[in-house]
Write a protein that binds this ligand. Structure first.
Ligand SMILES: C[C@H](O)[C@H](O)[C@H]1CNC2=NC(N)=NC(=O)C2=N1
Length: 128
């Protein structure tokens, strides 16, 4: 499956998600650790069903999810579909995503270039 351009990804209008390099990133706030773990469990089930697996960091009080297609070396429609699934699961659990902002996107982009997409949000938070 071919990788998508940044404009194709923008067209997908994934409100909860940020593009950093070749990866989609999202951070969902959770009221408690168990609810965050519920989101992780739901994502794991959906990922196995789709045979398309994100990286996930479960913290208190947030869940960080990153998506890229390893076999294609970038973001594909599989990642867009899984991103929508993850956002739906989070919404059902009442979890909200970090809002998109040019400033945050730039910070995530530079952090991802330095430490990789999965650690990027941690790097941004520890710097704050
Ligand atoms: C063998 C198995 O189908 C592949 O390794 C699948 C599993 N899950 C995957 N997940 C992701 N994110 N990218 C892949 O290329 C991928 N490939």
């Amino acid at each position: 499956m071919d990788t998508l351009s940044s404009s194709q990804i923008a067209t997908a209008r994934l409100a909860d998600w940020h593009l950093a390099g070749d990866t989609l990133l999202a951070r969902f706030s959770s009221p408690d650790f168990a609810t965050g773990a519920e989101l992780v469990a739901g994502i794991a089930e959906a990922a196995d069903a789709a045979n398309h697996h994100p990286d996930i960091v479960l913290r208190y009080p947030s869940v960080i999810v990153t998506l890229t297609s390893h076999d294609a070396g970038g973001v594909t429609q599989r990642d867009v579909r899984m991103a929508r699934t993850v956002s739906d699961l989070a919404e059902r659990l009442g979890l909200t995503a970090a809002p998109a902002s040019a400033e945050l996107d730039a910070a995530l982009e530079s952090a991802a270039a330095e430490v990789g997409a999965t650690a990027a949000w941690l790097a941004v938070e520890f710097r704050a």
